[in-house]
Every structure is written in C-alpha cells, then in structure tokens.
Design a protein around this ligand. Structure first.
Ligand code: ADP
Length: 296
C-alpha cells in the first residue's frame, strides 16, 4: 500500500496540479468512457507514471486482496475477520461513504440522497474518499489491505489494476432470497459501529438453491439499546442495490476471472460453517492454528 500512496504523491508532484492523482486517473478513464458513449468530453490530463513502482514482490509485502459480493452477503464480516488474522487494514468504501455522510462536509447532503436510493456514488467521489483513507493509513505505517466494496464498476477495477497488484479477489456468494433477508435483519451499533444481524434464516432447497439456515448474529448487551437500521436497508432499496450490483459489479467479477485472480466462494451457511471453509479455501487453516498457538 505504501507503493500506492507513493504513486499518488508522485503523480501529484509530476502533474504540478493540486487535484488528487486518483482523480487524474479517473479523468483519463472517463475520457474513453465519454468518447465510447458520445458524451461531450471535458479537458482531460494525460496520465504518465511508472507502474513498476507499485509491483512489489508479494513475498516482500502484506496481502493486497479484494472482497466482492452482493449487498448483504457478509463481505464486511469475513473481510474484517481475515484482516484481524492477517494484521492488515480492512478498507470498506461503504464505511468511508457513511463516515463522510455523517460528517458536516460538503459532500454529506449529496451522498445521503444517492446512498438512500441505493445508487452508486460516482467513481470520482469514491476515489477521492479512498485516496484520503490510503494516505491516512500510509501515515500510520499500514501495510497491505483487504478492500471491501471496491472496485464496484469496471472503471474502478481498471484504475486499480493500473496502479497496484491485487493478489486475490474473493467473490462471496449466497442465494438472493437469503441476501434480502440478511439486509433487512442487519443492525448497526450507533456507538461502536459494529454490524449485527437479527434475522434467523431457515430456507428450504428450491429452484436449484441449497437449503440453508443461519442463526442471528446478536449484539452484546451493551450494544442492544444502541442498534440502528441503515436507511438503505429497506426492501425497496435493497432490491435496487441488488439490481445495480448485477448490472455494474458482475462485470467486475468477469474482469478478475479473466485475469485468473477470482476465487469463487459459495457460503455454506452462517459464520460457524462458513469461516473454517473460507480459511481452507484460502489455505489459511494452518495459519489460524499457528496464530492461536503463538498467542496462547
Ligand atoms: P452493500 O455492499 O451492502 O451495498 P456498502 O456498505 O458496501 O453496502 O455500500 C453502501 C453504499 O455506499 C452503496 O450502496 C453505494 O451507494 C456506496 N458505495 C460503496 N462503495 C462504493 C463504490 N466502490 N462505488 C460506488 N459507490 C459505493
């Protein structure tokens, strides 16, 4: 990640302009998008940088992974558990958006409207928030990352691919009726910001979908009175988010599949069933045992 942040700074110096370099990358990508779609184009700054800067040998650095999956699949839950295990930051663009939304910044009102309708925030805004987060992490000496909720569009994936080596992309999958139930049961603690789920899922096998049961993920006593529901977790908005996911984010899966980086993972149930299987799929089952032994 240090490489990515260095690249960002270098781009700023090289360009001699004050706008963040990620926005420059975006401008460049936006130009091709505009010409493809015959939208009148705006002036675009050419991008010149050395991609070699970002290609550190994976054995000399921490993991650089991405988690993909539909709303409600549990990206945040599994990504944050893996981050604790591997000692890397969990960077969720949804959290960055919600932090900005609850601040008094200029973007707040604009973001509220977009997010509450289940729409995607523009690539420009999301890249600005991500760039700010990476710089703050770099200042704290963070190394490696698991990105959750980014990239979500082909443009975002292309920009990321042009800037840094992503080692692995984990695509979490669950049947759609379960995704909807999980989104509707999701609750956040307004104080500690942790995510819980009050839904008790028990669905039969039908239309080729396997039967599945998941126990609720209930909060501890001290969070119980502080639970809130995300305004975008209503049935109408969840259905719109799923529609947008299928439209914009499934091509991102194809992007990584064609590069041989995609690990498909069908969640077999709740955390007790899924976590050990995920570790096995990632070849981390021994790692977890060694970590627990070392801390015992
Ligand atoms: P979920 O995966 O459950 O839909 P997230 O917490 O990841 O929710 O994101 C919440 C909202 O934040 C999204 O609906 C979208 O409006 C915005 N958002 C998050 N990440 C991105 C992204 N990479 N690009 C555009 N919008 C994003």
């Amino acid at each position: 990640m240090a490489d990515l942040v260095r690249l960002l700074s270098k781009l700023r110096v090289a360009s001699g302009a004050s706008s963040p370099c990620l926005l420059r990358c975006l401008s460049s990508s936006a130009a091709s998008f505009q010409s493809e779609n015959q939208i009148p184009s705006h002036p675009v700054h050419p991008l010149t940088y050395s991609p070699d800067l970002t290609r550190t040998d994976p054995k000399d650095r921490n993991v650089q992974w991405v988690f993909l999956g539909c709303p409600g699949v549990g990206k945040g839950t599994y990504a944050s558990r893996l981050c604790s295990l591997l000692g890397v930051p969990h960077i969720a663009t949804g959290d960055l958006v919600r932090d900005e939304l609850s601040s008094s910044g200029d973007l707040s009102a604009q973001l509220k409207e977009i997010v509450n309708q289940g729409k995607l925030v523009s690539d420009e805004i999301i890249l600005r928030l991500l760039s700010k987060r990476l710089e703050a992490g770099e200042a704290k000496g963070e190394s490696g990352f698991i990105l959750d909720g980014f990239p979500r569009t082909i443009k975002q994936a292309e920009i990321l691919e042009g800037m840094i080596d992503i080692d692995l992309v984990v695509n979490l999958k669950l049947r759609e009726d379960v995704l909807i139930e999980k989104c509707l049961g999701r609750r956040l603690c307004s104080q500690c910001k942790k995510s819980f789920n009050i839904a008790s899922i028990d669905v039969k096998d039908e239309n080729g979908n396997p039967a599945m049961s998941m126990a609720p993920l209930l909060p501890p006593e001290n969070c119980m009175s502080k639970l809130i529901t995300r305004p975008d977790d209503t049935e109408e908005v969840v259905r719109e988010r799923l529609r947008i996911y299928n439209d914009k984010s499934q091509p991102v899966e194809d992007f990584y599949r064609s590069r041989g980086k995609l690990l498909e993972f069908d969640l077999p149930g709740g955390i007790p069933e899924s976590w050990p299987k995920l570790l096995e799929a990632l070849d981390l089952d021994d790692y977890e045992e060694k970590q627990s032994a070392a801390t015992a």
